[in-house]
Design a protein around this ligand. Structure first.
Ligand SMILES: [Zn+2]
Length: 439
């Protein structure tokens, strides 16, 4: 007797990510109420399920939706505004002055809409976000139907959004209260960085994160200068200082983690922290190369992030997957470092687990949300194809993404975005803010 399904997707290849290192051929995914109810051979699926809709992907590889473990979505409006500068000059001379003048809830909403559309069309279904005006970001993710964990940013200095650390946290927690329980939207505490947040605020954030049982999302050890400055000011490296403030734990996501010594790696390992590796941003700002192969060998959960579009300048996880794999190889002079299946795991299940969402997303398994990405390998630049996992890392790009589903809802169909806003409306936001930012 056949069972009902909303959707059955038949794919040439399926890489479920869990179990590891597996590529299934001629399998199908059955979906009901936004949830994966089965993963099985296509022959069996035809007899077992009566589907309302069937999608055939005869030359495609189906993978879990990609998880962007670090982004600043509204910075899509500042894409390319200041390139070829190191981090501190980039922040002080370009980014912070522009933000001081222009950031508003409208800026955040419209920038997040632009970034969300870009990410969805590129196969990204979840974004771990850090910026101002979290309620405006939530509106944007909700409108376009993307899963997000929105950081409640804290800084000591005033911006147009908030006056001091208490004000940032108060406003952030109010946004969380307003959106609490949304099926696609969760929240994290997001102290910006060790050099912009005081000990007392960090201690308060550690307590709040434990009370609310939510992640902490923070830039750490991005540049060598950050470590030197911390030693001069606090007599400790940043991670040692954070450990002393009880900030480190399995809910802590340290972004960048480029400049790490043995003791830093031991701290991350001991506290079961996660790392969000942002290879393109680190290369572009010349911050350095995070020791990803060593982090993984130490059992430290590592995911991938794009960072903001002002320091990347693409919100493209296929690019991050490729850069992560290539940088790991060249920096260790070991071509076996971060092989294809591992690279895909960084961008999917590792990110999900870092966010505390490992039981809901990040792999194609029964009971998980149907957050899925299909990549077409039918064009001549993707042929021949001996190993689809390797192709996803070294050959295919976001331009080959054909279908995207979030919780079983179609967001990209045959390469076209299926969103509440059309391309003309999205381009309008970019044009409007380019004019404002140019004046
Ligand atoms: Zn960042």
């Amino acid at each position: 007797m056949s069972q009902p399904a909303d959707l059955v997707i038949n794919a040439r290849w399926i890489i479920p990510v869990e179990p590891a290192d597996v590529t299934l051929e001629h399998h199908a995914v059955a979906i009901r109420n936004g949830t994966i109810i089965d993963l099985l051979p296509q022959d069996l699926a035809r007899t077992r399920y009566q589907a309302n809709r069937t999608v055939s992907l005869p030359d495609h590889v189906l993978i879990p939706g990609l998880i962007n473990l670090h982004a600043h979505c509204p910075m899509a409006l500042m894409r390319g505004i200041a390139d070829d500068l190191p981090l501190m000059r980039w922040l002080h001379e370009a980014i912070w002055p522009a933000e001081g003048k222009h950031v508003s809830s409208t800026f955040v909403r419209e920038g997040t809409l632009l970034a969300t559309a870009e990410m969805l069309r590129g196969g990204i279904t979840t974004c771990n976000e850090m910026y101002f005006h979290p309620a405006a970001a939530a509106e944007a993710f909700d409108l376009l139907g993307m899963r997000a964990v929105i950081g409640l940013t804290a800084l000591e200095f005033p911006t147009p959004y908030a006056s001091d650390a208490d004000d940032y946290l108060r406003k952030g927690l109010a946004a969380r209260d307003a959106w609490h329980g949304h099926p696609l939207i969760d929240f994290a505490l997001a102290p910006h960085a060790p050099y912009t947040v005081s000990d007392s605020t960090l201690a308060r954030i550690a307590t709040l994160a434990a009370e609310l049982d939510i992640p902490i999302h923070m830039h750490i050890h991005e540049t060598a200068q950050e470590v030197t400055d911390s030693l001069a000011q606090y007599g400790k490296r940043p991670l040692a200082r954070l450990a002393g403030l009880d900030l480190l734990g399995d809910n802590f996501i340290g972004v960048h983690a480029v400049h790490l010594d043995d003791a830093d790696i031991e701290l991350l390992q001991h506290h079961r922290c996660s790392v969000a590796h942002c290879p393109t941003s680190n290369m572009k700002l010349a911050s350095g190369i995070a020791p990803v192969a060593r982090l993984l060998a130490s059992g430290i959960r590592t995911g991938l992030g794009t960072d903001g579009a002002a320091s990347n300048n693409r919100l493209d996880l296929f690019q991050e997957i490729r850069h992560a794999s290539l940088l790991a190889k060249v920096s260790t002079l070991d071509a076996t470092a971060v092989p294809a299946h591992s690279a895909l795991r960084l961008a999917t299940l590792n990110g999900a687990q870092a966010l505390g969402l490992g039981d809901r997303i990040g792999s194609i398994e029964t009971g998980k949300a149907a957050d899925l990405c299909a990549v077409a390998l039918d064009s001549f630049e993707t042929r021949p194809c001996f190993n689809p996992a390797s192709h996803l890392v070294h050959v295919a790009g976001r331009e080959h993404v054909s279908h995207v589903w979030v919780a079983g809802e179609i967001r990209v169909d045959k390469g076209n975005a299926v969103l509440q806003l059309n391309d003309t409306e999205l381009l309008g936001f970019a044009a409007l803010w380019q004019t404002k930012l140019s004046n």
